[in-house]
Design a protein around this ligand. Structure first.
Ligand code: FAD
Ligand code: GLY
Length: 382
């Protein structure tokens, strides 16, 4: 194993989309950056995701989190273009939009509720009669009553996204220290102020002036010399399973949601269905019950789903903070320690804005992104 480099401006813990995108931005600004990844880059939640950029399909309210998601979505077309130029990898940014189906009385109520707040807020949401929706997607269930269409809820291929980020970051000069686990954060007292000075890893110490916690579901396991990092943070893993099948004919072109499931078309002839939400700790098993329930709920959207050949099943761990909101910002007590974690169901969507916000904080001490609701300062010091 080559000797580990020891001194950087910034050390990023975790090589998922959040860590890689942040490292890329910092290196573009001329910083010497290392990403420290316990396994291989991008093999955890960032690999498992559906790649949907769908704030309107997933939000319940026009709250601050929703506005963060919409702002990140608005950055995506340029982000995908810039990433493609830097890496020569297309992330398959697709703009067909998302359909949301009503199939039952309860769904009618849910879609009406969604339509009312989104329409009142001036968002781009359309009501479609069943025959209109079926013209867009001929294979949907005959039980379809009506649908919402979110023309601006787009998608990327998240597996290509992480590859592109990895390559773009390397080309910008980021060092990737893989198969290396961060075991401890190193903090010193400088003139009465706590200051991060680096991390102790399974391969030795790495010194850095700033350390960014982008360790996804494992973020709360990180420790300082004496204690768990910000104990009230409590980022927990929420297990989600997915099933991929061969694309039917005619092909599905939109992301399609029901109130119980979603299907996502991929270029290359695949259709992905998801998902489940369970607390299995850090285990990543794919279960018979999970796959069965995904297939049943996907059949409610596309009755022919059950006849399609399964090409892959997998699972991943969504990083969820105690209040389900992302944690983005500078630690209150330790200078140079910055969080970029807890992205839960929307980490792919929130990648561009998180990378911008965190790199702003590191480079300029503050960001124009409105971060108060997502600050680590919302958690009490225990
Ligand atoms: P991760 O990708 O999990 O990366 C964290 C990395 O940190 C890992 O590689 C890990 O090995 C490393 N690490 C941890 N501890 C250490 C340590 N001590 N030392 C070194 N390295 C360490 N989001 C969307 O926006 N759209 C979707 O459609 C979508 N669908 C999803 C579907 C499923 C089934 C799941 C599971 C998630 C989905 N998400 C979606 C959520 C999204 O995948 C996550 O929010 C996002 O990937 C989080 O990225 P991350 O970089 O923070 O975490
Ligand atoms: N955002 C989709 C999921 O987390 O399952």
């Amino acid at each position: 194993m080559p000797e580990i480099q020891k001194q950087f401006d910034s050390a990023v813990i975790g090589g998922g989309v959040i860590g890689c995108a942040t490292a890329w931005r910092l290196a573009q600004a001329g910083m010497k950056v290392v990403v420290i990844e316990r396994g291989e880059v991008g093999r955890e939640a960032s690999h498992a995701a559906g790649g949907m950029l769908v704030p309107l399909a997933e939000a319940d309210d026009a709250d601050e989190f929703f506005h963060l998601c919409v702002a990140s979505r608005a950055m995506y077309a340029d982000f995908a273009r810039e990433l493609q130029e830097a890496s020569e990898i297309s992330v398959e940014y697709r703009t067909e939009g998302t359909l949301y189906l009503s199939l039952t009385d309860e769904d009618d109520e849910e879609l009406e509720r969604r339509w009312h707040w989104q329409h009142a807020a001036g968002l781009n949401v359309k009501r479609l009669k069943a025959d209109c929706a079926r013209k867009l997607e001929p294979l949907v269930n005959d039980k379809l009553r009506w649908a919402l269409k979110f023309p601006d809820d787009h998608q990327v291929n998240n597996r290509l996204l992480i590859q592109a980020l990895y390559l773009a970051a390397q080309k910008a000069g980021v060092v990737f220290q893989t198969q290396t686990e961060v075991e401890r954060l190193m903090i010193e007292s400088v003139a009465g102020q706590k200051q991060i000075v680096g991390v102790a890893t399974s391969q030795g110490e790495i010194r850095a002036k700033t350390v960014i916690v982008a360790a996804g579901s494992w973020s709360s396991l990180l420790k300082t010399e004496s204690e768990t990092l910000l104990p009230a943070l409590k980022v927990e893993p929420v297990h989600g399973q997915m099933v991929s099948v061969t694309m039917p004919a005619p092909p599905v072109n939109h992301i399609i949601y029901s109130c119980r499931a979603y299907v996502v078309p991929r270029l290359g002839g695949f259709l992905i269905a998801g998902s489940t939400s369970d607390k299995f700790g850090f285990e990543k098993q794919v279960t018979a019950g999970g796959v069965t329930s995904i297939i049943e709920r996907a059949r409610e959207i596309l009755p022919g789903f059950g006849d399609l050949a399964i090409t892959e099943t997998w699972s991943g761990l969504r990083p969820r903070a105690a209040d389900k909101l992302p944690v983005i910002g500078q630690d209150r007590m330790v200078q140079g320690l910055v969080y970029a974690t807890g992205h839960y169901r929307n980490g792919i969507l929130l990648t561009p804005i998180t990378a911008k916000a965190v790199s702003d904080i590191v480079l300029k001490g503050e960001s124009s992104v409105f971060l108060s609701p997502f600050s680590p300062a919302r958690f009490p010091l225990e």
